[in-house]
Design a protein around this ligand. Structure first.
Ligand SMILES: Cc1cc2nc3c(=O)[nH]c(=O)nc-3n(C[C@H](O)[C@H](O)[C@H](O)COP(=O)(O)OP(=O)(O)OC[C@H]3O[C@@H](n4cnc5c(N)ncnc54)[C@H](O)[C@@H]3O)c2cc1C
Length: 203
């Protein structure tokens, strides 16, 4: 779980009032989503199912974390500064009501990853298995969600891949002209090859 807060409302800011928005985010869900190609025409969007709360334990963990968050924000120590609660509201206390509030208010962090994961679709040099000189180097290559926001992991992955590519170029004279640098391009490319594959989780 990732607990985080922002010093602005995730919605209209009430007038003349300081606001914090606190949230509890499930960054490593148990349920996987899926991404499938729907056509050999690269202009047709792929089918993406994010499958949020696809596992009962994902929802149970989120409920536990959200209740903890509410208990912190509602504790006696914070009462002098937390003057009112915009969402879900202090009257929301039972498990059923808290669950309904989190399902209604839940948003995605947009940490999609793993549509062509290392190990499953890519080899350890980021090459698409079975193809020559076609690689995917971006969040689509990350096989499992890290316990953080994704951008730093994408940078680390790119650094790792750049070192592998530089070494290959130096020692093997590899032709690097066919690199595919993001998941949109690899999807486009695979669709143009009429390939259909299943993937691990967009999160
Ligand atoms: C709303 C939002 C908020 C986020 N907030 C955070 C945050 O606070 N912290 C954090 O760490 N992460 C955050 N993330 C996640 C992070 O931005 C992504 O994980 C990261 O950018 C993924 O990098 P990428 O290179 O895989 O893909 P992208 O950054 O999406 O890069 C894909 C690139 O491909 C280009 N492209 C698309 N189609 C084509 C095509 N047909 N041909 C050529 N190029 C194409 C796009 O223009 C884009 O530049 C957020 C994501 C979103 C959507």
């Amino acid at each position: 779980m990732l607990y985080q807060y922002g010093s602005a409302a995730f919605g209209p800011n009430p007038d003349n009032m300081n606001v914090i928005t606190a949230f509890a985010a499930l960054v490593q869900p148990e349920a996987s989503g899926s991404l499938h190609l729907s056509s050999s025409d690269y202009r047709v969007n792929p089918l993406i199912d994010s499958n949020y709360y696809g596992s009962p334990s994902d929802l149970a963990v989120e409920l536990y974390a959200y209740k903890r968050l509410l208990s912190i924000l509602r504790c006696d120590v914070l009462k002098p500064v937390v003057l009112s609660e915009v969402y879900p509201g202090r009257n929301v206390t039972s498990d059923a009501d808290v669950k309904a509030a989190l399902l209604q208010g839940a948003q995605s962090f947009h940490h999609a990853l793993g549509s062509v994961p290392l190990g499953k679709v890519l080899d350890s040099s980021f090459r698409v298995k079975g193809l020559e000189d076609s690689r995917a180097i971006d969040s689509s290559a990350i096989p499992l969600p890290p316990t953080c926001h994704l951008q730093s992991s994408v940078y680390a992955l790119a650094e790792l891949a750049a070192n592998i590519l530089k070494q290959e170029e130096r020692y093997n004279g590899t032709n690097l002209t066919h690199l595919i640098f993001n998941q949109f391009q690899i999807i486009n490319w695979l669709q143009s090859q009429n390939a259909i594959f299943a993937s691990s989780p967009p999160v």
